[in-house]
Every structure is written in structure tokens, then in C-alpha cells.
Design a protein around this ligand. Sequence first.
Ligand SMILES: Cc1ncc(COP(=O)(O)O)c(C=O)c1O
Length: 387
Amino acid sequence: MQNADAYYLYDEAVILENLRVLAQTFPNFSFFYSAKTNPNPHILNTLIKNDCGIDAASAGEVRLAVKHGLSPEKISYSAPGKTDEDIRYALPRSRIIADSIGELLRIDKIAGELGGKFEIGIRINPPFGMDSPFGVSSQFGIDYESLGEIPDLSNVQITSIHTHVQSQNLGWEILARYYENVLSLARSMKKEGFAIGTVNLGSGCGIVYDEETQSPLDMEALGAAVGKLTEKYADVSRSLIIEPGRYLVGKAGVFRTRVLDKKVSRGKTYLIASGGMNGFLRPAAANIAKLYGPVNRGAEPLISCEKPCGITVLNDSTETEVVTITGNLCSGFDVFARDITLPKAEVGDFIEFSNAGSYACTLSLREFASQPKVREFFRTVDGEVLE
Ligand SMILES: Cc1ncc(COP(=O)(O)O)c(C=O)c1O
């Protein structure tokens, strides 16, 4: 990690512990890691080695999963707006999930051109929300009410369904109710003649970003509820999937940045650091959102809450001071935090931000201003640090 002014550090032990908790909570499920959360190759390796599949949000992520040796049944490819080229590449290499009836027809046609018979899935836009009895209009999936409009298909068979309506939920009862609604919907579809082999319930398990205002998801209570559901809906499908992202890796990463300059402007002390919006965008994004009012509801995956991370200074200082921490871009909005009390930091010290394992490195404006790209390191369970 020497010579890096700004870098991420991911901790394999934390990822494995999170996977263990998920496996305990969802004992009969397969986990398909949502690669867009953090496609770092060491993270992918760790999760794949531990039997996770990949939820790919693009043909690029299907490519990544194939490169890591995954077979088609361990890759689920779900994204709106697939090109013909995406479909042609992904069809033989993944379980492709159609996002509209138009796309389903294109997939069927391309499957015919490829000369195969493929099992595929459809994403359903359900007639309910995560915490609401009403469905909404959405760019994702096929409206449940429109399923009757699906024509006969020649070259593909729909054998799985996929839903995902919301991320970052911390209420176990909300999640359990949502899972039950999805399983009940799957049961209805089965009765209507769909040959459902797999139900993918999407994601939803949230993490605590702000220790002061949020409480962790009660995985024990969720596990008990999931256990009852899997018994009650045992007839519905052979295989159940969830596709967690942040739960696995969000708290397994920190972002560290070096103080490059310290100055006082009209009474305010500034720490100017490397890699702001171009390194770890989420704190700046939350600050920008705050300018427009209270951040009651997030804008995932960019903004989850008003205080998306903890901030510490990596030195032994016992004195504190009130500082504003900024990045070094030419934007007045490149601000990590305003007017916070921290141990006194000097030029050369590192500041550490927590909750930086998901929707962080790849979500940031890494090309902006031709600044050096932040680096990523991975600490293995054996303590080795890999780049
Ligand atoms: C379809 C789908 N699956 C899984 C996820 C992962 O969500 P999370 O990181 O909150 O677990 C997302 C996130 O937006 C998603 O859109």
C-alpha cells in the first residue's frame, strides 16, 4: 500500500463472515453475488471459491464471470436494454433473464439463430412493492398483469423467474413479507402453467451505514421466517436464489486518503485530500443531496443515507479540531465532510472512511480531471495484501 495517496482496502475475513451469516439465514438458497456492487477480482475469486454464482448486470459482467471459470447455470444475467450482441454472447454462457416481452422475442429469435434450445428466466415487475401492496410502473421486468401476453416461444423455455424491487432494507419483517409475496406469486404462475424451476428473490438485505440512526438487520429473526417460508412453499421451486451485493462486501472495505494540504480560509480549517469524487464518490453525493433537503430516502446505489460512512484519522493525535475534508478536484462539491470534529490531522496523515466495500470504487468518477486512479488492495485471511 506504499506510495498510494488514495486506496481501498478489502478484508477477505469480513466477506467470509458475512457469507457465513447469509448461509445460516438462507440455508437452502444459492447465493449469486451481485458483481456490480464490487467487481474486484480478488473479491470475485473469494466468493466463487465459496460456491457463489454471479448476478451479472451487463454482458461485461457475464464476461467477467466466465473469465473466473463459472459455468452457465452459475451466472444470472439480468439488465434492461440488452443489445443483440449482448444476447448472442450471453445466451450460451449464462442464465439470461428477459426484461420485457420485446426482449424475450429477440432472445427467442437469437436462440434460433444459435441453433440451440435454451432455458431462460424472466424478470417480473410484481403487483406489490417491498413494503407496499401496490405495484409500480417500472423500466425493470415484465408487469405481472402482462404475463398472459407472452406468446409461444420456439427456441427458449422460461424456467426461472426473477424479482428485485428494492435494496438496502433493514427490516426483517418487511423482507420476510416480501419474500412470501414473491413465493406466492411464483405459486400462482406455476398454476397458470409456467414451468418454474428457479425463483430468484433478488436482493434487499441492508447494512448499517450510520451507526447513530440505524440498527442492523436482525438475521436471526429473518432466518426463522425464511425457514418457515421455505417449508410452506416447498412445492414452488427446486431452487431458490438470492443475489446479495452490499451485505457481503459493504462493510468489508475501507477507503483511505492522504491529506495533501491543510489550510484555513476565513476561520474554517480545510483538509485537502486525494481521491474525492474521483475516488470515493458516495460521501460527496450524500453532501450534495443534503443541499436539497433532508436525505430521508436514498437514491441507490449512489446515496443510501445522510451519513454513509464513519470517518477516522489514522494517527495518534489526542487533540481534536473541527475540519472540512475535501478532495482535490476543481469542484466546490468535492467534499467528503463539512465541519466535523476529528483528531487533529496534518499533511501526510491518512483519513479512513468505512462502509467502502460496495458501490464505491467503480461508482466513482475515476476518469475525471485525469487524476491518478485510486488503487485497490485485498487482505487475505492469511494476512497477505494483494493488489
Ligand atoms: C437486480 C439486482 N440484484 C441485486 C442487487 C444488489 O443489491 P444490494 O447490493 O443492495 O444487495 C441490485 C442492486 O441494485 C439489483 O438491482
